[in-house]
Design a protein around this ligand. Structure first.
Ligand SMILES: [Zn+2]
Length: 262
């Protein structure tokens, strides 16, 4: 006697197949990147699937802001092509936070210092569970990345020399405990802590942020932390950069909003 599968079993098989096809597709897509684009005279930007990565040349070598979602490094090589450099030229990798979609190629930069906020070091190294919402954890499972060992954890507001240049690192806990923004050559690299919403800036995306109130407080504190620091452009983790000349007014408006508690 032949056993018939129930309709429910067929639905389960179809769902499983759909999940497998989805996972295979997104994993192959993560090597995708756009051609390098200049952001101002010094910085190159590449979009790696849904995450932005940025790099610049300094007298002491290449510095990179965030490390995308591609552990094979195709997106890194594309960024470096725009800077006429190779992987061994990368001397600094600044990670705005430890989430999977901002860190994937960091281990490929073997000659670089890897800097991330101290609060993200443990989950970045995969010695602690991922800090994040259900959305972050689900996507993290779909896009597994290798453990990343931070060689130089960041604590407090600090300046890091890079050749004749410097990178200002400002802690902005909230999106993750170790979230930072970095300022280099008049550009702020904000990761996921600040987003662009049309002609306005806004906070970290609520569905991927555990402590939204701490993110707001960190944004409010940026007014003080940025005293005397020029920021002409803000570059985000997923939405590219503000239009030329717009960042100062947009940032001032967001800081005022954050200070008022809204
Ligand atoms: Zn994130």
């Amino acid at each position: 006697m032949s056993r018939r599968r129930s309709p429910l079993a067929w639905i389960a098989v179809a769902l499983l197949m759909a999940v497998i096809v989805f996972v295979v597709t997104v994993r192959s897509l993560r090597h995708k990147s756009t051609p390098p684009e200049a952001i101002g005279p010094r910085v190159q930007r590449v979009r790696n699937l849904f995450t932005e990565i940025y790099g610049a040349r300094t007298a002491s070598g290449i510095i990179v802001f965030d490390a995308g979602v591609d552990p094979a490094g195709d997106a890194l090589d594309r960024l470096l092509g725009g800077l006429s450099a190779t992987r061994s030229d990368v001397k600094e990798v600044f990670l705005t936070h430890g989430h999977f979609d901002h860190v994937a190629f960091a281990p490929l930069c073997a000659h670089a210092k890897i800097r991330v906020g101290a609060g993200d070091v443990e989950f970045l190294a995969q010695r602690a569970p991922v800090y994040g919402t259900f959305g972050v954890k689900t996507l993290n499972a779909l896009f597994p990345v290798p453990p990343v060992i931070a060689t130089d954890p960041l604590q407090g507001r600090t300046e890091i020399g890079a050749g004749d240049d410097k990178v200002l690192a400002i802690p902005v806990p909230g999106h993750t405990p170790g979230s930072y923004v970095f300022v280099f050559a008049g550009i702020m690299f904000a990761g996921d802590s600040i987003n662009i919403d049309g002609d306005k800036l806004t906070y970290a995306m609520p569905s991927f942020t555990v402590d939204k109130e701490e993110n707001r407080r960190s944004v409010a504190a940026l007014g003080e932390a940025l005293k005397g620091v020029e920021v002409q452009t803000i570059c985000t983790g997923h939405q590219g950069c503000t239009a030329t000349g717009r960042a100062p007014a947009m940032l001032a408006a967001l800081i005022e909003r954050a200070k008022s508690g809204k």
